[in-house]
Design a protein around this ligand. Structure first.
Ligand code: PLP
Ligand code: ZN
Length: 420
């Protein structure tokens, strides 16, 4: 890890050595999240865009020089990263803007962007020889840690709220994790997981605590830049729960600017559900996010339901340092956006993924995005993660299938009715 200069507290800037195993700043406890620092000069001397071009490894590990791992680190065999980004011309036409790209993170091995962080967690856990790795999660980070652990035979213990969508729980059980369904919300699962990790000495993957998770998630941002051949888009739309993904996207932009590979970061927009809008509230009021009290989150987009976004300092900087904004969208707007995005891009997202698109619709309405803008929507998870919400969404959109007897006459009648 010669490329890593140290781990710096986001509150006090105190810097810890690259191999520091304490997760957070000793002065600031769980709020003192660390940010991984890199020796960009050294990296730039040994790594170029041409090197990257010539690298046939299409996974997230192609960005190893800007990741906190040794060059020959053993990585899990599952193909994490390299997700497609589509030029969704029907969506651009719907919105009346120049371009909309949709990056489909539903194509990851466990069907959400969280695989990028969990793959990193498994590498780091094995670096320190951890017997057990653990996380709390609204569902996707858990499924990701579970699946990637399975691929290397890594023991793991998972804490999720009992209310997590069935598909996510099914994944955990199929992958063979030790699963605790917590009678409570994500915050409760998080606290219990933290206690258990400390008690048993398990490797702790928790979001907004383990400093390396952002460094995994940021590879989505690196892929966006590389796919666009280093032409910086005008804006990137990201849904926000704990704020770790948006912080990661921002980190990728900062990395690439520091290396001189791009000259500016795009505007980054953080989209939250109206029922889980901690960051939006703080953005609008200017309240101090170190002292602002938790809210009581409740939204159909379970993956972004967070009373107190754990990675809120990095998340706020992602928006404020790039000239973006935090915006809220209602559950109805999220459910409306789900089939709209599916129909205009072919990407079927879970509610938290469609939230980013709902935010783009609103931003266009409010004039925050111009007709000439080229915009990336990060679709963070697959629609198959939460079929119940997808059915709600299509019903609300007034879409109903025809029910027909198995003969051509019946079909003809049904089609006539359907087109009347
Ligand atoms: C985790 C997750 C998010 C939000 O990421 P944060 O880092 O918690 O802000 C958004 N969408 C999906 C599908 C997720 O799984
Ligand atoms: Zn500190």
């Amino acid at each position: 890890m010669d490329n890593v200069t140290g781990l710096t507290c986001v509150i006090c800037d105190k810097t810890y050595p690259a191999d520091y195993a304490g997760y957070v700043c000793t002065e600031h406890g769980n709020e003192g999240i660390l940010d991984v620092g890199y020796d960009y000069e050294r990296i730039a001397n040994g790594w170029t865009k041409d090197d990257l071009d010539a690298n046939r490894n299409r996974t997230m590990w192609r960005y190893k020089p800007v990741m906190p791992v040794v060059p020959d680190a053993q990585v899990p065999p599952l193909t994490v990263g390299g997700t497609p980004m589509y030029d969704a011309t029907p969506l651009a036409a719907d919105l009346g803007i120049a371009r909309v790209w949709v990056k489909d993170e539903g194509r990851q091995p466990t069907a959400s962007l969280k695989d990028r962080a969990s793959a990193m967690a498994v590498v780091k856990a094995r670096e320190v020889g951890a017997e057990v790795v653990t996380t709390a999660s609204t569902g996707n980070a858990a499924a990701a840690l579970s699946g990637i652990s399975a691929s290397v035979g890594q023991k793991n213990v998972i804490f999720v709220p009992k209310s997590a969508p069935e598909a996510k729980i099914a994944q955990l059980l199929a992958y063979g994790s030790t699963v605790a369904l917590v009678n409570g919300n994500y915050g409760d699962a998080f606290e219990l997981c933290m206690l258990a990790a400390a008690e048993y000495g398990w490797y702790n993957r928790n979001t907004g605590y383990n400093p390396f998770m952002t460094e995994g998630k940021k590879t989505a941002g690196w892929e966006i830049l590389e796919d666009l051949e280093w032409n910086v888009p005008d804006a990137i739309f990201v849904s926000v729960g704990d704020g770790s993904i948006i912080g990661g996207v921002h980190k990728a932009m900062k990395d690439a600017v520091a290396l001189g590979w791009i000259d500016r970061a795009p505007r980054i927009y953080g989209i939250q559900a109206a029922g889980s809008d901690y960051m939006v509230q703080a953005f609008e009021s200017g309240e101090d996010i170190l002292t602002k009290a938790p809210i009581a989150a409740d939204t159909v987009a379970d993956s972004i339901s967070a009373d107190l976004p754990r990675d809120r300092i990095k998340a706020m900087r992602a928006v404020s340092q790039t000239g973006g904004a935090y915006m809220r969208v209602s559950d109805d707007e999220i459910l409306a956006a789900l089939p709209l995005m599916a129909r205009g891009s072919g990407v079927f997202a879970e509610p938290a993924g469609a939230t980013a698109y709902a935010g783009l619709i609103k931003a266009v309405d409010e004039g925050l995005v111009n007709p000439t803008d080229e915009v990336v929507v990060l679709s963070t998870g697959s629609g198959l993660k939460d079929v119940a919400s997808a059915m709600k969404a299509v019903t609300a959109a007034g879409t109903t299938p025809m029910v027909v007897d198995p003969n051509l006459e019946a079909l003809k009648q049904a089609l006539v009715k359907g087109t009347q």
